[in-house]
Design a protein around this ligand. Structure first.
Ligand SMILES: Nc1ncnc2c1ncn2[C@@H]1O[C@H](COP(=O)(O)OP(=O)(O)O)[C@@H](O)[C@H]1O
Ligand SMILES: [Mg+2]
Length: 380
């Protein structure tokens, strides 16, 4: 079976011919600029997902125009990029490790790159950057949206956006700081291998540090009216000091957009295992879906087990249960005692009764062991 949207299929090995420069900046023309020939027209529908009653095409168009107006702040030259190796490949994107003016960076390109597409990325010749089918346009739109959002968000607990290359007929490239620890999901997998154990988890101090970072990031995002909507361990990246940063804003949404247009977010968006029940049920939802996901992520970090692991490998089973009106939840007693009430509150069945990000952050701060405590406390 081919790779699934959002599931990673590959995480190592240099991609063929990855050591040369990206294409030159000849014929530099931004997609979606006022004088660009490629305005938001037919065949450029963004992902068919989110807003009931909304016109997301015009939303995508607005985000292109916003992006274009700020181009001077973020545009990068391809010739300053040197690709090194492929990091990850999903149906949505291909990630490369690269250097930009000597700095280690991660480069995100829309779509699943096969060898021919990788070659095109490196080519100086303008060609068709996609096969032109609707799905490719959706994916491109999603990356443009991510660039638009990331370029306007600045916080130490979010992955740092460095810039983008958006020339006509060339693959769109988003350049971010490179996080050498990879994502949290793969970090746990590596730890399990290293310790030759079926389950591995760190002590409470580490779990709390990570949870605090997630809480700070959510407090910042929600304060700005941004809902991430796809929080999961694979979208939490680790620095060389093992601090986590939130990444992957492809399907994040500005709530203000929805409110001003009198619409609410509905629809199955995000990754199933960490998806809030109200999303799975196609009910209206808000930023509390991120709080729900944070609760499940804390469960994963603290127990070392995937939420709902007892229901088997197929996350669709969980969705089915939600849709049947059931409310399965992970077993809180698998986790460190200090974290349990915070997790349980975060995954409350009623979104309105889940804490806000700021409140969750305060609870996490209070749960921190005092400076005087040590040793055995870390294992509570
Ligand atoms: N800045 C980065 N540094 C290191 N690895 C990264 C970085 N960004 C993404 N990755 C790796 O690539 C994977 C996919 O990236 P992501 O932005 O989540 O793409 P997608 O939208 O396809 O899920 C991540 O799960 C992570 O393993
Ligand atoms: Mg991702």
């Amino acid at each position: 079976m081919g790779p699934q949207r959002g599931s990673r299929t590959q995480y190592s090995g240099a991609a063929p011919g990855m050591s040369s420069m990206l294409a030159s900046e000849a014929d530099f023309a931004y997609l979606g600029g006022e004088d660009s020939p490629r305005m938001c027209g037919e065949g450029e529908q963004p992902m068919g997902h989110v807003l009931s009653g909304s016109t997301e095409a015009s939303d995508g168009c607005a985000s292109r125009q916003r992006l274009w107006r700020r181009a001077a702040d973020w545009k990068l030259s391809r010739k300053d990029l040197l690709l090194k190796q492929e990091l990850s490949r999903t149906l949505k994107s291909t990630l490369y490790q690269a250097t930009w003016q000597g700095v280690d960076v991660a480069v995100k390109c829309a779509g699943l790159h096969d060898e021919a597409m990788s070659a095109q990325l490196l080519s100086n010749h303008h060609g068709q950057s996609s096969s032109g089918n609707g799905d490719d346009e959706d994916i491109t739109e999603e990356l443009l949206h991510e660039i638009d959002l990331l370029s306007s968000l600045r916080h130490p607990d979010l992955v740092m956006f460095l810039g983008a290359c958006i020339e006509q007929h060339l693959p769109i490239v988003c350049v971010m700081e490179f996080l050498p620890g990879g994502d949290l999901e793969h970090f746990y997998m590596a730890q399990r291998r290293k310790h030759d154990a079926a389950v591995w988890h760190p002590g409470i101090r580490q779990v709390l540090q990570w949870s605090l970072a997630l809480g700070r990031a959510l407090s910042f995002l929600h304060g700005r009216g941004v809902v991430h909507r796809d929080l999961k361990p694979m979208n939490l990246l680790l620095t060389k000091y093992l601090e986590i940063k939130v990444s992957d804003f492809g399907i994040s949404k500005l709530m203000a957009h929805c409110e001003s247009e009198g619409i609410s977010m509905t629809g199955g968006i995000g990754s199933w295992r960490y998806m809030a029940p109200e999303v799975a049920r196609h009910q209206a939802y808000d930023e509390k879906v991120d709080i729900y996901a944070a609760g499940l992520i804390m469960y994963f970090m603290s127990s070392g087990k995937a939420p709902f692991h007892q229901l088997g490998l197929d996350p669709e089973v969980i969705l089915l249960q939600y849709r049947q009106g059931k409310e399965p939840r992970p077993t809180a007693t698998d986790c460190h005692a200090k974290l349990r009430p915070i997790m349980v509150a975060a995954w409350h069945t009623k979104p309105v009764l889940r804490p806000g990000a700021h409140e969750m952050l305060e609870s996490l701060r209070l749960a921190q062991p005092s400076a005087a405590s040590c040793g055995p406390c870390a294992q509570m």
